[in-house]
Design a protein around this ligand. Structure first.
Ligand SMILES: NC(=O)c1ccc[n+]([C@@H]2O[C@H](COP(=O)([O-])OP(=O)(O)OC[C@H]3O[C@@H](n4cnc5c(N)ncnc54)[C@H](OP(=O)(O)O)[C@@H]3O)[C@@H](O)[C@H]2O)c1
Length: 293
C-alpha cells in the first residue's frame, strides 16, 4: 500500500508521515524544503500547477492520498484571498482530477468551516465560515465531492503536540515561553476542542482499515476549553508557573481575520464509526511534554 501525503513538509503532514511510515510506504510532497522524517520518500509538488500535480500522482500511483497541503495561515488567507483560493480550492480540484478512481482520498479540512454561532458543532450543522481561510477550505471540500472514487473529509480541530524536530505549534510556543519564565497572554473567551497530533494518525489508520466512504467527520478532542484553560493544564502537568499566564479577551487583541469565539466540535460520529477515542487535553499534554527538556 502506498500512501501519498500532500503537504508532508508542514506541521500536520510531517507528524502524520512520521507515524504512518512506521507501517506503510509513504511518499510525502513538499513545496520548499522537506524535514528529516525517517522512512519517507520525498517529491516536490506545487498545487498551483496542473502538470506538477498530475506528474506526482502518476509517478506515485497512490492507494491512499491524505490531502494536507493548504494555505493554512488564517491571516495570510484573509489578506491574500486569491492565492488561498488557488491553493486550497483549485489545488484540491487538480488533485481530485488527477487521482485514480481506486485511490482512497482522505481530505483534511478544518473546524473553521463552521460559523461560531453555537458550541459542539455536528457534521449536519450548516457551514458558514466567518473568515477567508474557512471559506477557501469549504470550497476545497466542495471539490472533494466531485471525486469519483471513495473519499472522506476530516474537519479537524486545533492541533497540539507533535514532534519537536518538525514544525512547532501553538502549545510549543506557550511551553517554551513559560519555560523561560516569560509571561504568556492567552485568550480566555475563545473555545476549541484541541486534538493531540497522535490522534490524527490513529484516525487515518482506522479510516484506511474500515474504509468509510463519502462521509464527513468532525475530529476533535473530548474537552472544550479556552487557550487560557489549555495553558493552565500545560503549566500544571509540566510543573511550570501558572502565574505567568495572562488571561486576555479576544476583543483586546484584534486580528485581520475574524476569530470565531467557539468552534468546538462534536466528534461522536467518528468515535462510533471508526472506534477511536481521542485523548483528553490533560493526557495529551502529559504525553507530548513529559519528556521535554
Ligand atoms: N494546524 C492546525 O491546528 C490545523 C487544524 C485544523 C485543520 N488543519 C489543516 O491541516 C492541514 C495542514 O495544516 P498545517 O497546520 O500543517 O499547515 P502548514 O504547517 O502551514 O503546512 C502546509 C503544507 O502545505 C504545503 N503547501 C502550501 N502551499 C502549497 C502549494 N501551493 N503547493 C504545494 N504544497 C503547498 C506546505 O508546503 P511548504 O511548507 O513546503 O511550502 C506545507 O507542507 C491544512 O489543510 C489545514 O487546513 C490544521
Amino acid at each position: 500500500m502506498t500512501i501519498l501525503i500532500t503537504g508532508a513538509s508542514g506541521f500536520l503532514g510531517a507528524n502524520l508521515a512520521h507515524d504512518l511510515a512506521q507501517t506503510y510506504s509513504v511518499i510525502g510532497t513538499y513545496r520548499n524544503e522537506y524535514p528529516p522524517v525517517p522512512g519517507v520518500d520525498w517529491v516536490s509538488m506545487d498545487l498551483t500547477c496542473r502538470d506538477s500535480v498530475r506528474q506526482v500522482v502518476e509517478n506515485c500511483c497512490p492507494t491512499v492520498a491524505v490531502h494536507c497541503a493548504a494555505q493554512a495561515n488564517t491571516e495570510r488567507a484573509q489578506t491574500h484571498f486569491d492565492e488561498a483560493v488557488q491553493i486550497n480550492r483549485d489545488g484540491t480540484c487538480l488533485l481530485v482530477e488527477s487521482l485514480p478512481r481506486d485511490c482512497y482520498l482522505i481530505h483534511i479540512s478544518t473546524e473553521h468551516v463552521y460559523n461560531a454561532s453555537k458550541s459542539w458543532f455536528l457534521e449536519t450543522d450548516p457551514p458558514g465560515p466567518v473568515n477567508q481561510y474557512g471559506r477557501t477550505k469549504l470550497l476545497a471540500e466542495q471539490e472533494v465531492l466531485h471525486f469519483e472514487g471513495d473519499w472522506i473529509i476530516l474537519r479537524m480541530a486545533l492541533l497540539y503536540g507533535g514532534r519537536k524536530e518538525y514544525r512547532l505549534c501553538f502549545s510549543d510556543r506557550i511551553y517554551s515561553q513559560m519555560k523561560q519564565g516569560k509571561p504568556v497572554s492567552l485568550f480566555m473567551d475563545e473555545f476549541r476542542t484541541p486534538l493531540n497530533m497522535s490522534d490524527v494518525a490513529i484516525a487515518v489508520q482506522a479510516a484506511m482499515e474500515r474504509h468509510p466512504a463519502r462521509e464527513i467527520f468532525n475530529l476533535g478532542g473530548p474537552d472544550r476549553l479556552s487557550r487560557a484553560e489549555f495553558g493552565a493544564i500545560l503549566a500544571e502537568e509540566t510543573g511550570l508557573d501558572p502565574g505567568l499566564i495572562q488571561r486576555i479577551s479576544v476583543d483586546s487583541s484584534p486580528t485581520i481575520a475574524p476569530r470565531p469565539r467557539d468552534l468546538s466540535l462534536n466528534s461522536d460520529k467518528i468515535r462510533s464509526c471508526l472506534g477511536i477515542h481521542p485523548l483528553s487535553v490533560r493526557e495529551g499534554i502529559r504525553r507530548a511534554y513529559s519528556t521535554c527538556p
